[in-house]
Design a protein around this ligand. Structure first.
Ligand code: FAD
Length: 274
């Protein structure tokens, strides 16, 4: 059976939370391994992340809070970890985070995700399963692919159990990344992060920011649809279902959906491939 997991981000309003609880209940029926909840670097969503983490747990699905190190002190991080431990959380998505531009690193005692992995292991031993981020198309700030691989290795050596990738639309970039890290002796599962395509302008903006490439043929087709939302959804579903099917058929150990707090698009893909 294929393992799937989903990602939520913390809501800002009561009505947003109500909608998300419905999405949670629908996705829970698919028996995901976990639902993760993003964290605003520097603690900007600390309470809101916790609230959604709690709501996920209440549905009986394991919740995996994201936690990033830039902008938070060790004392802040320690407090969050102990709180999660008391709540019965067993898995954390461990990140460096991106501070909003103009925000200083003043509070930061840990600068990279490998340092946060090490810190969590020091503080809580093996209590948490630790997921880290992987970038098949290279992290946008990395000097080059080789150095990025070495930095990925640091996270694994520090004690990461598994990795979730940034989204991508080119299956070969994933297989190339997996091949390269396996050649370095790294054996942890690397779960592809899958982004459903539902809105071209949002996707283009996100992709520019995180360094994910939208292949020309996909970009051109989406541009051609203009405001025809139904065609964008249909084409997006086909493209991302084909990608996900190929990944699983060729050995990817599972799928992590970036749901954008919506059930339909992820479920449509999942129903096509499961
Ligand atoms: P790192 O692994 O620390 O890498 C960051 C950069 O520094 C890379 O270029 C790397 O090559 C380099 N580097 C790493 N270690 C070292 C070192 N020791 N010395 C020198 N250079 C080094 N962001 C959020 O703010 N909140 C979230 O909830 C969130 N969730 C995410 C979930 C996933 C699955 C992914 C893929 C990303 C997520 N992000 C989130 C975005 C992430 O925080 C950014 O991509 C960030 O820029 C890097 O985080 P990282 O953990 O990969 O950092």
């Amino acid at each position: 059976m294929t393992n799937i997991s989903f990602e939520f981000f913390p809501t800002q309003t009561e009505s947003g939370t109500e909608k998300l609880l419905k999405v949670r209940d629908r996705l829970a029926q698919e028996n995901p391994e976990f639902i993760s909840v993003t964290y605003g670097a520097g603690g900007s969503t600390r309470d809101r992340t916790r609230a959604i983490v709690k709501a996920v747990q209440e549905s009986g699905v394991a919740a995996a809070p994201h936690l990033s190190c830039v902008g938070d002190s060790k004392a802040d991080l320690r407090e969050i970890l102990l709180d999660y431990k008391e709540m019965g959380i067993k898995r954390i998505v461990t990140l460096r985070g991106d501070l909003p531009s103009g925000t200083g690193m003043a509070n930061s005692e840990l600068r990279y995700a490998n340092e946060l992995v090490e810190f969590i292991r020091q503080e809580t031993g093996d209590h948490f399963t630790l997921e880290v981020a992987a970038y098949p198309e290279m992290h946008p700030q990395a000097d080059n692919f080789e150095n990025d691989l070495k930095n990925f290795e640091r996270k694994v050596k520090a004690g990461a159990d598994s990795a979730i990738t940034q989204y991508f639309f080119n299956a070969d970039s994933y297989f190339h990344f997996v091949e390269r890290v396996q050649a370095m002796g790294i054996q942890i599962p690397i779960i592809p992060g899958i982004m459903p395509i539902t809105n071209y302008s949002k996707l283009a903006r996100f992709s520019d920011a995180c360094g994910a490439e939208i292949p020309r043929w996909i970009r051109k087709q989406l541009e051609a649809y203009g405001d025809d939302q139904a065609s964008i959804m249909k084409f997006g579903e086909e493209v991302v279902s084909d990608l996900s099917r190929k990944l699983l058929e060729q050995g990817a150990p599972g799928i992590h959906f970036y749901t954008m707090n919506q059930a339909e698009a992820s479920l449509a893909i999942w129903n096509n491939i499961k």
